[in-house]
Design a protein around this ligand. Structure first.
Ligand code: NAD
Length: 455
C-alpha cells in the first residue's frame, strides 16, 4: 500500500448539515426532491461522483478502488437539511410543481417532505433580474440591513435544524451582467457599499456576504460575479471558508469541454463553433433578457479560448468564429435542446464538420452537480481549506481561479485534479499515470520492465 503519509486533519461530519439555497426553483427543488427519493431508497443518485464514483488508490496491481464516499469522510445524505429563499413564497413543493421537472408521481412520493421546506422571503432587486415580478421579498433601508436579516434567517434555521454546519449555493436566477469595480475591490469598500446601498452590489453578493459572515462556505451555480471578486476572497480568507464558482457545468458546455480538448490533443484546427440552444423553463425566460444573457454568454464563451490556447497554436486556433445563442422556447420547458456545428480542419488544411445534437434535461444534469458541491464544500471546510477551491473546477462552466492563473476547463484534467486532491488530503499517493515502462534492446532478449514510482 502506498501513502504520502501526510493525511490532513479533517473534522468529523457529525450531526445535521443545512443546505441553504437562495433561489428555490427548478435546480434546487430537483436536488432536494432527489435527495429525499434517494434516501428513501426509491431512486439512484445517477450523475453524482460523491455517491457513485470509485477512486483508484495506489498502484493498479493493488486493486484498491473504493467509492469516493467510503474513502472521504463526507456528510451522509441522511444528515442533509434544506432551507432557502425565493421571491414567490410558499414551500418547495409548490416551487417543484411549478418547475415541472419531476413527474407528478415522483413529487407525490416526497410531498410532505417538500411541503416542510418553507421558502423564506428573498433579498431581491428588480434591476438585477428584469423578467421576474416578485411576490414576497424583504424590506430594509440598506443592503447591510438586508445582510443582517439573512444572517438572522441563517441562525434561526440552523437552530431549528440543530445544525452546527451549513453550506450555501446560489441557485437563483442569472443576474444582469456587471463588471468588477472599486466597490468589489476590497472588503472595506464592499462593507461601505453595503451601508451606502451601492447599486453595484447585487443581491447574490448580499447572500454570499451573509453566508461567509455566518461561517458558511459558498458556491455559485450561476455566472454572476457574486464571490468572484477580491472583497469576497478577502472575507473567505479572513473567515477561513472555502468558496467555489461559477455557473454549473451541465449540458452544452460539458460537451464542449470534452470535444475541444480532443481537437487540441490531435492538433486538429478549428474554423468555427456555432452553439444554439432552445429552452423553455423560467431560467430560459430570464436569459431571454439581454442583461442576463450577456452574463451567461461571457461564461459560455470563455471556455474555448482557455482550452485551445491560440497563443501556443496560432496556426490552428487564432482565427475561429465562436457564437453562442440561447433562445427561449416555452413548449420545451426544462427539456433543453442544443445544437453545435463545429467546422474543423485536418491534414493539409482539409475541412471537416462535427454536428452535435444534445436533448438533455437541464435540472436533471444540474442536481447531482449541486449535491457534490455541497458535500465537497462541507468536506473542504472540515479539512480547514479556505478561499477558491480550484479542485472543484470540474463542476463549473467558468471556474474561478487565483488572479495570476488561467482557469482549467478541460473536463478530464479537472477530474484528475479533483481525484488527486482527494488523494492528497487523505494521505494517499498522487496518480500520475506514468505506468510500467517496457523496453527491449537490440539483442532480441525478452523485454524487461522498469518500475516507475507510480503506475
Ligand atoms: N439547470 C442547469 O443546467 C443550469 C446550469 C448552469 C447554471 N444554472 C443556473 O442556475 C440557476 C438556477 O436555475 P433554475 O433552472 O433552477 O432557474 P429557476 O428560474 O427555476 O430558479 C431560480 C429561482 O431563483 C429565484 N430568484 C431570483 N432572484 C432571487 C433572489 N434575489 N433571491 C432569491 N431567489 C431569487 C427565482 O424566483 C427562481 O425561482 C440559474 O441562474 C441558472 O442560470 C442552471
Amino acid at each position: 500500500m502506498s501513502t504520502n503519509n501526510s493525511k490532513k486533519k479533517i473534522n468529523k461530519a457529525e450531526g445535521p448539515l443545512t443546505v441553504f439555497t437562495p433561489g428555490i426553483g427548478a435546480v434546487s427543488t430537483t436536488f432536494m426532491a432527489g435527495v429525499e427519493l434517494i434516501r428513501k431508497g426509491l431512486r439512484e443518485p445517477v450523475g453524482s461522483l460523491t455517491q457513485m464514483s470509485a477512486i483508484r488508490l495506489g498502484k493498479r496491481t493493488e486493486k484498491r478502488n473504493p467509492l469516493i464516499k467510503d474513502f472521504v469522510p463526507l456528510a451522509p445524505l441522511e444528515n442533509l437539511k434544506f432551507a432557502g429563499w425565493d421571491i414567490f413564497g410558499g414551500t418547495a413543493y409548490e416551487a417543484a410543481k411549478k418547475s415541472s421537472v419531476l413527474s407528478g408521481n415522483d413529487l407525490e412520493l416526497v410531498k410532505p417532505f417538500l411541503k416542510g421546506i418553507e421558502v423564506m422571503p428573498a433579498v431581491f432587486e428588480q434591476n438585477y433580474v428584469k423578467r421576474l415580478r416578485p411576490k414576497v421579498i424583504k424590506k430594509a433601508k440598506t443592503k447591510m440591513e438586508f445582510a443582517e436579516q439573512l444572517r438572522d434567517d441563517i441562525r434561526a434555521t440552523m437552530k431549528r435544524h440543530g445544525s452546527k454546519r451549513g453550506v450555501m449555493a446560489w441557485c437563483g436566477s442569472t443576474e444582469v451582467y456587471i463588471e468588477e469595480s472599486d466597490v468589489h475591490g476590497s472588503l472595506r469598500n464592499f462593507e461601505k457599499g453595503l451601508a451606502k446601498n451601492d447599486p453595484r452590489i447585487a443581491p447574490s453578493m448580499v447572500y454570499a456576504y451573509a453566508a461567509l459572515k455566518e461561517g458558511i462556505p459558498f458556491a455559485n451555480g450561476a455566472p454572476n460575479l457574486t464571490v468572484d471578486m477580491p472583497a469576497m476572497h478577502e472575507l473567505a480568507a479572513k473567515e477561513g471558508l472555502p468558496i467555489a464558482g461559477k455557473d454549473f457545468k451541465t449540458g452544452q458546455t460539458l460537451l464542449k469541454t470534452v470535444l475541444a480538448p480532443m481537437l487540441k490533443a490531435r492538433m486538429l484546427g478549428l474554423n468555427g463553433w456555432f452553439s444554439a440552444n432552445i429552452l423553455g423553463n423560467q431560467d430560459g425566460e430570464v436569459l431571454d433578457e439581454p442583461g442576463s444573457f450577456k452574463t451567461k454568454e461571457v461564461s459560455k464563451l470563455s471556455v474555448l479560448e482557455h482550452i485551445l490556447q491560440p497563443h501556443l497554436y496560432p496556426r490552428l486556433y487564432s482565427d475561429y468564429y465562436h457564437k453562442v445563442r440561447i433562445n427561449y422556447y416555452p413548449p420545451r420547458g426544462d427539456d433543453k435542446e442544443s445544437w453545435d456545428n463545429i467546422d474543423i480542419f485536418g491534414w493539409l488544411g482539409y475541412p471537416m464538420q462535427i454536428k452535435v445534437n444534445f436533448l438533455c434535461r437541464d435540472s436533471i444534469l444540474a442536481a447531482p452537480v449541486l449535491l457534490d458541491l455541497v458535500l465537497f464544500l462541507d468536506f473542504a471546510h472540515r479539512a480547514g481549506l479556505s478561499g477558491i477551491q480550484e479542485w472543484l473546477s470540474f463542476y463549473f462552466k467558468s471556474p474561478m481561479c487565483a488572479p495570476d492563473l488561467y482557469p482549467e476547463h478541460d473536463l478530464f484534467i479537472q477530474l484528475t485534479k479533483l481525484k488527486n486532491y482527494l488523494r492528497y488530503l487523505m494521505g494517499e499517493e498522487l496518480i500520475t499515470h506514468l505506468g510500467v515502462e517496457y523496453y527491449s534492446d537490440t539483442s532480441g532478449r525478452r523485454p524487461t520492465h522498469r518500475r516507475s514510482p507510480n503506475k
